[in-house]
Design a protein around this ligand. Structure first.
Ligand code: PMP
Length: 443
């Protein structure tokens, strides 16, 4: 039955819709930090926190809020007043740190970034954009055009002219040996040099504070503040893509930009994914003068739908009442320590890094895409993913161009016992995958 569903999926859906696992999983229900597949197998979910489930699967407060709202009215449109939308906008605006903030709700992260790019280009009357190497910002024509990783951006055609900066990744290449201060100075000098060549006619920098699809790579704290001083001199806006980092995921901060706070809040920030704990909410927060630079009439038929807003409000209440950001810091800190200890001496592991409940394990081995001939680090990542699944644990993979990173992002309510359980399964999975110095991958 399961194989038959896979065959039907393949027959009718696009080939480029990536599916995890040799035999993909059909998840039928979840509770807390666990999900169950159609065959009744239980998995500890170490990835759903980024995908959709910010706090916990089947959180009763969210389910009840959605059911209550659905019982009244599902949706009309933004042509009428929508109380839950106004309430969530007020709260997100206050939390954003952006002065005189306005909020526009969308139904995805892609659409949020697309809107932010529309605003920035209209405000600055320029279609030149700065983006980071190894970035991911979504699937629309403009979002693809600022995504630095060709494995996740299917075309180089774009309505934007994009220039890619150094700063987010330094595990490889000439930057690997530099200190934080040296690396930051080198990246700022690179930015200055680039702007010297193209002039000040650039609309915005769009950047993820911690790169998600790119493999949970983060620049040194303060790098974007250092960039900002240069950007400000040219009037260039800063868009912080908080689709993965928003709402306390990194433990230390509510938003990822706060690790770079010296230069103040960004001009625009975008959010999505787990905000509705499974309901589709995305959006943009921007300073009023930027948001209101568009003067034509507009409507978002589904953005801000009361059912999704009810989910977002209940999710936010729960997250704040239970200090899940603090939980991410504490349990995430323990989990990183536990994983570092578990992988010490394992030559298959290049680095365990992360912040809060956003933890990456970068594997060693030759570069190159999975399945391209000689076994690569990406092959090792795929093998660990399969082995973890066998052990009852779902994790993610990624790592931009090299695809060599395992990604861990559980719901923010993860307990210490669950962190221990997941770390033990992961240790066993990593132990079964051996990358020798010649690059041979054994499982
Ligand atoms: N920005 C970032 C940082 C993301 O990780 C993603 C999704 N992986 C997106 C934007 C796009 O979001 P969506 O899939 O909701 O369109």
């Amino acid at each position: 039955m399961h194989a038959a569903l896979h065959a039907r999926h393949r027959a009718v859906l696009p080939d480029w819709l990536a599916l995890y696992y040799r035999q993909p999983i059909e998840i039928t229900h979840g509770e807390g930090r666990y999900v169950w597949d159609a065959e009744g197998r239980r998995y500890l979910d170490f990835f759903g926190g980024i995908l959709t489930t910010m706090t916990a699967h089947a959180l009763p407060e969210v389910t009840e809020a959605v059911a209550a709202q659905a019982g009244r009215i599902l949706h009309t449109s933004t042509l009428y007043l929508d109380r839950p939308m106004v309430e969530l906008a007020e709260r997100v605006a206050r939390l954003s740190g952006i002065p005189d903030a306005r909020v526009f709700f969308t139904t995805s992260g892609t659409e949020a970034n697309d809107t932010a790019l529309l605003l920035a280009t209209a405000y600055r009357r320029s279609h030149q954009i700065l983006a980071m190497r190894n970035s991911y910002h979504g699937r629309s024509f403009s979002a693809v055009g600022v995504t630095g990783n060709r494995a996740w951006s299917p075309t180089s055609l774009s309505p934007l002219h994009t220039l890619y900066l150094h700063g987010a990744v330094r595990t490889r290449g000439p930057f690997a040996a530099l200190s934080d201060a040296e690396f930051t100075a080198a990246c700022v000098a690179d930015l200055e040099d680039l702007l010297g060549q193209v002039g000040g006619d650039v609309a915005a920098l769009i950047a993820e504070p911690v790169q998600g699809v790119g493999g949970f790579t983060a620049p040194p704290d303060g790098l974007y503040a250092a960039f900002r001083e240069v950007l400000n001199r040219h009037g260039i806006l800063w868009i912080s893509d908080e689709v993965q980092t928003g709402w306390g995921r990194t433990g230390d901060h509510f938003w990822g930009w706060q690790a770079h706070a010296a230069a103040g809040p960004p001009d625009l920030l975008t959010f999505a994914k787990g905000i509705g704990n499974g309901m589709s909410i995305g959006g943009v927060v921007a300073r009023a003068d930027i948001m209101n630079c568009l003067t034509a009439n507009s409507i978002s038929t589904f953005g801000g739908s009361p059912v999704t807003m009810a989910a977002g409000l209940a999710n936010l209440d729960h997250l704040l009442a239970h200090d899940l950001q603090g939980n991410a810091r504490r349990v995430g800190g323990l989990l990183i320590e536990r994983l570092r200890a578990a992988t010490a001496g394992n030559e298959a592991v290049r680095e365990v890094r992360g912040r809060g409940l956003m933890i990456g394990i970068e594997l060693a081995g030759p570069d190159g895409p999975s399945g391209s001939g000689a076994p690569t680090a990406a092959d090792a990542a795929a093998a660990v993913l399969e082995a973890a699944r066998e052990g009852g644990l779902l994790i993610g993979k990624g790592g931009g161009h090299h695809g060599a990173v395992l990604r861990i992002a559980p719901p923010l309510s993860l307990t210490v016992a669950e962190a221990e359980e997941g770390a033990a399964i992961l240790q066993a999975a990593l132990d079964t995958v051996r990358v020798t110095r010649t690059g041979e991958v054994g499982t």
